[in-house]
Design a binder for this molecule. Structure first.
Ligand SMILES: [Zn+2]
Length: 203
């Protein structure tokens, strides 16, 4: 079956980071509501700042300090606003793809001393089950020629390039480290190759 999606609705959403157009997609891959927040004119453009953000209910909505998701979401919208154009793709793959229930169970395992990677594995999952084919289709739908990806995750860049997306550059998005997220950030850097805690001149 050919993977496809439909851009069903576009509607303006004013935010604290300026005005965006929200694009609502349906697709034949899963039954989730994936979204793109678009600023400015992106069709046919090169070097479009793009954040591909995977849903994190606790971080994005509740402002949980266990992870850096909420802060990254905010920073990404800020970066896009300053650039004057760009796209935030909001993918509904909670908890690095394992879902909210398992993410919350993993939190309890982490409180017993496991790190975020080992906790997922203990629950019978992979460390990261995220998948980006819908993001690739959304970028195709928005007719973006090449992107500057707002991420700390080199695997995300590789996954997108595999889908045929041209990633011209990486834009770092580093949340502030503090007591509640420092172990999580260190595990991301050490076990998942995220580019965090890099010397400033090496970005
Ligand atoms: Zn999170």
């Amino acid at each position: 079956m050919k993977q496809q999606l439909d851009n069903l609705v576009q509607t303006p959403i004013p935010t604290k980071h300026g005005d965006f157009i929200l694009h609502y997609y349906s697709n034949n891959i899963d039954d989730k509501e994936h979204i793109a927040l678009v600023k400015g004119d992106v069709a046919g453009k090169n070097n479009v700042p793009v954040r591909i953000h995977s849903e994190c209910f606790t971080g994005d909505v509740l402002g949980s300090r266990r992870c850096d998701c909420g802060e990254q979401l905010d920073l990404a919208m800020q970066i896009i606003n300053v650039a004057g154009f760009g796209i935030l793709i909001y993918l509904r793959q909670e908890g690095r793809g394992i879902g909210l229930l398992n993410k919350l169970r993993a939190y309890n395992l982490q409180d017993q001393g496991m790190d975020t990677v080992d906790a997922n594995i203990e629950l019978g999952h992979l460390a990261d089950e995220r998948e980006y084919s819908i993001a690739g289709l959304i970028l195709e739908n928005l007719q973006v020629t090449s992107v500057e990806l707002i991420t700390n995750n080199p695997k995300k860049i590789a996954a997108l390039e595999k889908l045929g997306v041209t990633v011209a550059k990486r834009i770092p998005v580093e949340a502030v480290a503090h007591n509640d997220n420092i172990d999580y950030l260190k595990t991301k850097a050490k076990k998942m190759a995220h580019l965090l805690f890099q010397p400033k001149n090496k970005k």
